[in-house]
Design a protein around this ligand. Structure first.
Ligand code: MG
Ligand code: ZN
Length: 226
C-alpha cells in the first residue's frame, strides 16, 4: 500500500461547530450582514488584499475580524484604512471556529452590511470549520506553486471563489495558471476564479463587485422567500 488515509478531526466536534455556524447565519440574515470567510496559506496576501478591496466598500458599513495565532498586527493594518477591524487571537489554534466568531460579535459595530473574516493562514483545517459565512473565498498566491489545488482539495471544493493572487510575479515563476483553473474547476465546477495583484491593486475591484452582487442576491432570495 502506497499511502495511508485517516480523518484527523472528530465528527462530533465539527457537528457542534456547524450548529453554531447555522445560528450565526440566521443572526446575520436577520441583521442584513453578509459574511465572507477568506482562507489561504500564510503569506498569500489576505491582509493586503483586504486593505485594497475595502476601498471599494462604504467603510462605515464594513467590519473585519482577523484570526491569527498571535499579535494584533493585521487588524491594526486594516484599522489604518478607517475600517472597524478586530483581531481574534487563537492562542495557538491553527484555524478559526464558529464559537470564536460568536464570542467576538459584541465587538462589531451595529449590523454592518459586510463582515469579512480573515482566517488563520492555513489551507488544512479552516476548510472544515464553517464560520457562519455566506461566501467562502480561498486564495492561492503564485509563489506557493501551481500544484496546491489537488493537494488541499477541501479548501477549494468548499470555496465559492478562488483568488489567484500575486499575479505581478507570474513572469518570474513557473506557475501554470491554466492548470490551476482546470484543477479548481475539477474539484468545484461552479467556482468563480479571479486573478489579482493586491500589491498593484489589479483585479481587486472585480472581486469587490462580485462580493457586493452576492450580497444583493442573498438579500433578494431572502426577501422573496419571506
Ligand atoms: Mg494576514
Ligand atoms: Zn486548525
Amino acid at each position: 500500500m502506497a499511502e495511508v488515509k485517516y480523518h484527523d478531526v472528530s465528527i462530533s466536534l465539527l457537528k457542534a461547530n456547524d450548529a453554531i455556524s447555522d445560528d450565526l447565519i440566521k443572526r446575520f440574515n436577520e441583521h442584513g450582514t453578509f459574511t465572507i470567510n477568506l482562507l489561504s496559506s500564510p503569506g498569500s496576501g489576505k491582509t493586503m488584499f483586504l486593505e485594497k478591496v475595502l476601498d471599494y466598500f462604504d467603510k462605515e458599513r464594513v467590519c473585519v475580524f482577523v484570526g491569527d495565532l498571535e499579535t494584533e498586527r493585521d487588524a491594526e493594518r486594516i484599522r489604518k484604512h478607517g475600517v472597524h477591524s478586530f483581531q481574534i487571537i487563537t492562542g495557538g489554534t491553527c484555524h478559526l471556529e464558529a464559537i470564536m466568531i460568536k464570542q467576538s460579535l459584541p465587538l462589531m459595530p451595529s449590523d454592518p452590511d459586510f463582515l469579512f473574516i480573515e482566517n488563520v493562514g492555513n489551507l488544512v483545517c479552516p476548510a472544515s470549520y464553517r464560520l457562519g459565512e455566506h461566501l467562502r473565498i480561498a486564495m492561492l498566491s503564485t509563489p506557493e506553486g501551481d500544484d496546491k489545488i489537488l493537494k488541499y482539495p477541501k479548501a477549494f471544493l468548499t470555496a465559492d471563489a478562488l483568488i489567484i493572487n500575486k499575479s505581478d510575479l507570474l513572469p518570474h515563476l513557473p506557475f501554470d495558471i491554466d492548470k490551476v483553473r482546470e484543477e479548481a474547476e475539477k474539484v468545484r465546477p461552479d467556482i468563480e476564479i479571479f486573478v489579482t495583484s493586491a500589491l498593484k491593486g489589479e483585479g481587486v475591484e472585480t472581486v469587490a463587485r462580485f462580493i457586493q452582487e452576492k450580497r444583493e442576491e442573498s438579500v433578494k432570495t431572502r426577501t422573496a422567500s419571506n
